[in-house]
Design a protein around this ligand. Structure first.
Ligand code: THU
Length: 127
Protein backbone atom coordinates (compact mmCIF):
# COMPACT_ATOMS: atom_id res chain seq x y z
CA UNK A 1 0.00 0.00 0.00
CA UNK A 2 1.88 3.13 -1.18
CA UNK A 3 2.26 6.01 1.23
CA UNK A 4 -0.03 8.88 0.20
CA UNK A 5 2.05 11.57 1.92
CA UNK A 6 4.60 11.97 -0.92
CA UNK A 7 1.77 12.45 -3.41
CA UNK A 8 0.09 15.01 -1.15
CA UNK A 9 3.45 16.77 -0.82
CA UNK A 10 3.79 16.94 -4.61
CA UNK A 11 0.32 18.36 -5.15
CA UNK A 12 0.88 21.01 -2.45
CA UNK A 13 3.33 22.67 -4.84
CA UNK A 14 0.39 23.31 -7.20
CA UNK A 15 -1.63 25.27 -4.61
CA UNK A 16 -2.90 28.76 -5.35
CA UNK A 17 -2.20 30.45 -2.02
CA UNK A 18 -0.84 33.95 -2.69
CA UNK A 19 -2.55 35.37 0.43
CA UNK A 20 -1.69 32.93 3.24
CA UNK A 21 1.29 31.30 1.48
CA UNK A 22 0.16 28.03 3.07
CA UNK A 23 0.63 25.56 0.22
CA UNK A 24 -1.51 22.53 1.11
CA UNK A 25 -1.88 19.21 -0.72
CA UNK A 26 -4.19 16.27 -0.12
CA UNK A 27 -4.28 12.78 -1.60
CA UNK A 28 -6.98 10.24 -0.79
CA UNK A 29 -7.78 6.65 -1.68
CA UNK A 30 -11.34 5.44 -2.05
CA UNK A 31 -12.65 1.96 -1.30
CA UNK A 32 -12.58 1.20 -5.05
CA UNK A 33 -8.83 1.94 -5.14
CA UNK A 34 -9.27 5.33 -6.80
CA UNK A 35 -6.62 7.95 -5.99
CA UNK A 36 -7.56 11.64 -6.02
CA UNK A 37 -5.63 14.81 -5.31
CA UNK A 38 -6.48 18.34 -4.28
CA UNK A 39 -4.70 21.55 -3.32
CA UNK A 40 -6.02 24.68 -1.66
CA UNK A 41 -7.22 27.42 -3.99
CA UNK A 42 -7.46 30.90 -2.50
CA UNK A 43 -9.21 33.95 -3.88
CA UNK A 44 -8.92 37.72 -3.54
CA UNK A 45 -12.39 37.50 -1.96
CA UNK A 46 -11.01 35.49 0.95
CA UNK A 47 -14.17 33.60 1.89
CA UNK A 48 -14.16 31.79 -1.45
CA UNK A 49 -11.05 29.80 -0.54
CA UNK A 50 -11.33 26.01 -0.73
CA UNK A 51 -9.10 23.73 1.35
CA UNK A 52 -6.97 20.98 -0.20
CA UNK A 53 -8.94 18.21 1.53
CA UNK A 54 -12.35 19.32 0.26
CA UNK A 55 -10.92 19.87 -3.20
CA UNK A 56 -9.66 16.26 -3.28
CA UNK A 57 -12.95 14.90 -1.89
CA UNK A 58 -14.99 16.78 -4.50
CA UNK A 59 -12.76 15.35 -7.25
CA UNK A 60 -13.48 11.87 -5.89
CA UNK A 61 -17.24 12.48 -5.85
CA UNK A 62 -17.14 13.83 -9.41
CA UNK A 63 -15.30 10.69 -10.54
CA UNK A 64 -17.07 7.98 -8.50
CA UNK A 65 -20.40 9.50 -7.55
CA UNK A 66 -22.28 10.10 -4.35
CA UNK A 67 -21.59 6.64 -2.89
CA UNK A 68 -17.84 7.29 -2.82
CA UNK A 69 -16.17 6.27 0.47
CA UNK A 70 -12.75 7.44 1.63
CA UNK A 71 -10.50 4.63 2.84
CA UNK A 72 -7.59 6.89 3.77
CA UNK A 73 -6.53 10.50 3.25
CA UNK A 74 -3.24 12.34 3.74
CA UNK A 75 -2.67 16.08 4.01
CA UNK A 76 0.60 18.04 3.86
CA UNK A 77 1.40 21.76 4.07
CA UNK A 78 4.79 22.98 2.86
CA UNK A 79 6.61 24.48 5.85
CA UNK A 80 3.74 24.02 8.32
CA UNK A 81 2.00 21.12 10.04
CA UNK A 82 -1.66 20.72 10.96
CA UNK A 83 -4.50 18.20 10.90
CA UNK A 84 -7.55 18.94 8.70
CA UNK A 85 -9.63 21.97 9.74
CA UNK A 86 -13.04 21.49 11.30
CA UNK A 87 -14.95 22.11 8.07
CA UNK A 88 -12.90 19.47 6.25
CA UNK A 89 -13.37 16.99 9.11
CA UNK A 90 -17.13 17.30 8.69
CA UNK A 91 -16.84 16.71 4.93
CA UNK A 92 -14.52 13.71 5.46
CA UNK A 93 -17.14 12.32 7.88
CA UNK A 94 -19.80 12.61 5.16
CA UNK A 95 -17.83 10.15 3.00
CA UNK A 96 -16.21 8.02 5.71
CA UNK A 97 -16.21 4.27 6.20
CA UNK A 98 -18.86 2.92 8.57
CA UNK A 99 -18.08 3.78 12.17
CA UNK A 100 -15.85 6.68 11.15
CA UNK A 101 -12.96 4.33 10.42
CA UNK A 102 -11.52 6.38 7.54
CA UNK A 103 -7.82 6.95 8.32
CA UNK A 104 -6.47 10.51 8.21
CA UNK A 105 -2.70 11.11 8.12
CA UNK A 106 -0.87 14.40 8.70
CA UNK A 107 2.54 15.47 9.99
CA UNK A 108 3.43 16.46 13.55
CA UNK A 109 7.05 17.40 14.31
CA UNK A 110 8.05 15.87 10.98
CA UNK A 111 6.49 12.46 11.67
CA UNK A 112 3.26 11.06 10.21
CA UNK A 113 0.34 10.79 12.62
CA UNK A 114 -2.70 8.71 11.66
CA UNK A 115 -6.10 9.07 13.34
CA UNK A 116 -9.55 7.84 12.39
CA UNK A 117 -12.07 10.52 11.45
CA UNK A 118 -14.11 9.33 14.45
CA UNK A 119 -11.17 10.34 16.66
CA UNK A 120 -10.74 13.69 14.90
CA UNK A 121 -14.46 14.49 14.86
CA UNK A 122 -16.30 12.67 17.64
CA UNK A 123 -20.08 12.96 17.58
CA UNK A 124 -20.11 14.33 14.02
CA UNK A 125 -23.30 15.98 12.84
CA UNK A 126 -25.48 13.73 10.69
CA UNK A 127 -29.05 14.03 9.49
N1 THU B 1 -6.11 24.98 4.50
C1 THU B 1 -6.26 23.76 3.90
O1 THU B 1 -6.09 23.63 2.69
N2 THU B 1 -6.62 22.73 4.68
C2 THU B 1 -6.84 22.78 6.04
O2 THU B 1 -7.21 21.80 6.66
C3 THU B 1 -6.62 24.04 6.75
C4 THU B 1 -6.27 25.21 5.93
C5 THU B 1 -5.74 26.13 3.66
C6 THU B 1 -6.81 27.18 3.53
C7 THU B 1 -6.02 28.42 3.26
O3 THU B 1 -5.79 28.51 1.86
C8 THU B 1 -4.71 28.18 3.96
O4 THU B 1 -4.63 26.80 4.23
C9 THU B 1 -4.55 28.95 5.27
O5 THU B 1 -5.65 28.79 6.08
Amino acid sequence: MPDLLPQAHAVAAKAHAPYSRYLVGCTLETTTGGIYHGCNVENASYGLTICAERNAIFQAVAAEGSGMKIKRLSVVCLGHEFPPCGACRQVIAEFSLAGGLTQVTYLQKGAPVTRSIAELLPEAFAL
